[in-house]
Design a binder for this molecule. Structure first.
Ligand code: ATP
Length: 324
């Protein structure tokens, strides 16, 4: 391994820049060259590369987004696209790469490795925390903090008007953000895709909550939750069945993907970036670097892609108890 490529792919997340910085500086530390690949796999196909040294990544550890830009590349899903990418990498002398992204990006890396025997390592970067083999993905902790900040503000207005708020948060098919931010922000109910709460139970629970003296309520709804078709339908249902409530919906949206990364995400990014380079230098390939019981670990990409990151049922119980 003499020249390592680094790219960010798929949806961006806070902490990606800190990971790029760690990869670039680890390469410098171990005396190998590093090349930034712009716009994910699309930039690989178009040969959009830039040599990177330690000074090129100054002042980015605290920045959200990704200086390398990210993209979704339909071309990389085709054999011709990947052939072009391979030819460009070889022409630029790049002999391995670290991809920071989600399971789609890992799938692309795995297929590319199968076809060309090209050494690849993945760093999990997504706010959704939906990747098997790591307790935390890059950006997840920051997103949780963004969500609780937002809900704290929503609660101020909810309290002033005796309102019921449905707050929709991201997470795709996983309820990690909803469950953890919901507990952290003191939500009355948390609706996640992993648990089928049912509309009637929701109404009962909200009634109980009102009877117990609560004057406002926050219900955190994961975007992947199936209880209603969407959060607006949920609002209609509750308004019909609980006319005493003034119901509002707040969809937090893309603000959850931005912002300066938390200290946790910066440290995680630094650890994973260094480990990714070290793993390549040890001659290993096709692994994802992740965190397990606060140690940096390796998980075969295939397992990271196929495995399910499960919800901690203890948290579900805790949320039931502390919201009563
Ligand atoms: P996010 O969690 O934000 O969705 P992701 O990495 O899962 O991140 P995707 O859009 O699924 O995001 O994948 C990123 C890119 O990886 C795709 O745009 C495509 O270029 C490549 N990719 C995904 N799946 C495949 C595949 N089956 N074959 C080849 N390339 C793929």
């Amino acid at each position: 391994i003499k020249r390592v490529g680094v790219l960010t792919s798929g949806g961006d997340s806070p902490g990606m820049n800190a990971a790029i910085r760690a990869v670039v500086r680890a390469c410098a530390y171990y005396n190998v060259e590093c090349v930034g690949i712009y716009r994910g796999y699309q930039g690989m196909i178009e040969g959009d590369f830039k040599e990177m040294g330690p000074r090129d990544v100054k002042n980015i550890i605290n920045k959200g987004g990704t200086i390398l830009k990210s993209a979704r590349s339909a071309d990389f899903r085709t054999a011709e696209g990947r052939k072009k990418a391979y030819d460009n990498l070889v022409a630029a002398g790049i002999d391995s790469f670290v991809v920071i992204g989600g399971d789609g990006s890992f799938t692309g890396a795995e297929i590319f490795n199968e076809e060309y025997g090209f050494p690849v390592i993945g760093i999990p970067g997504t706010i959704d925390n939906d990747i098997f083999g790591t307790s935390h993905t890059l950006g997840y902790d920051t997103a949780l903090n963004t969500v609780i900040d937002a809900i704290d503000k929503i609660r101020d207005t909810a309290n002033s008007h005796n309102r019921l708020f449905f707050v929709e948060v991201m997470g795709r098919d996983a309820g990690h953000i909803a469950l953890n931010a919901g507990i952290g922000a003191g939500a009355e109910e948390i609706l996640i895709p992993e648990e089928d709460f049912g509309l009637e139970r929701l109404v009962e629970s909200l009634k109980r909550s009102k009877d117990s003296g609560k004057t406002s309520s926050i219900v955190v709804v994961s975007e992947g939750d199936k209880i209603g078709k969407n959060v607006f339908e949920l609002k209609d249902y509750i308004e019909e069945n609980m006319p005493e409530y003034d119901v509002r919906v707040s969809v937090l949206g893309h603000m959850q993907r931005g912002g300066s990364p938390s200290c946790f995400d910066r440290v995680l990014a630094s650890r994973l970036g260094v480990k990714a380079v070290e793993t390549l230098l040890e001659g290993k390939s096709n692994f994802m670097v992740g965190l397990y019981q606060d140690k940096v670990t390796l998980t075969p990409l295939e397992q990271a892609i196929k495995g399910q990151s499960e919800i901690d049922m203890e948290l579900v119980k805790v949320s039931d108890i502390v919201s009563s």
